[in-house]
Design a protein around this ligand. Structure first.
Ligand SMILES: [Zn+2]
Length: 138
């Protein structure tokens, strides 16, 4: 059975919107929350402004981790979009996955995408798809 990652409906909506906002480049950022539920999208700038790669500048990454600490949020995930092709991990994504405990979300800006938001666990050079549970928070 696939392992589960939980996100709020607001996060799901925000991720799709962000992927579609700049469909020429990969968008990227971190995901945070508490008790294993992702509640917060921390958008970052794609320092390489590329349609096939993303990179978060070290200074911005430091600020985002600082913000999570200040707001007492746990770092639970990382996201980026694939403007072209499938939203599944590329070889580059697998090779540069440095957070074995984080969920790697990959988004598609394409309106016809069957699953515009997918999540993967990437560790030891292997990607395994995670089941996403959408949580309605009232
Ligand atoms: Zn990728």
């Amino acid at each position: 059975m696939a392992r589960l990652v939980r996100i709020t409906r607001e996060v799901q909506t925000a991720l799709i919107a962000e992927a579609r906002l700049e469909p020429a480049f990969e968008c990227c950022g971190l995901l945070a929350g508490r008790n294993g539920l992702i509640t917060t999208v921390l958008s970052a700038q794609n320092a390489v402004a590329s349609p096939t790669a993303f990179d978060i500048a070290p200074a911005e990454l430091f600020q985002l981790f600082q913000r999570m600490r200040n707001e007492r949020l746990d770092h639970l995930g990382i996201y980026h979009s694939h403007p072209t092709g499938e939203n599944a991990p590329s070889q580059r994504d697998v090779a540069s996955a440095y957070y074995p405990d984080a969920a790697y979300f990959i988004l598609s800006p394409r309106l016809e995408a069957a699953q515009p938001v997918r999540a993967f666990s990437i560790r030891d050079g292997r990607a395994e798809e995670l089941q996403i549970e959408i949580v309605d928070v009232s």
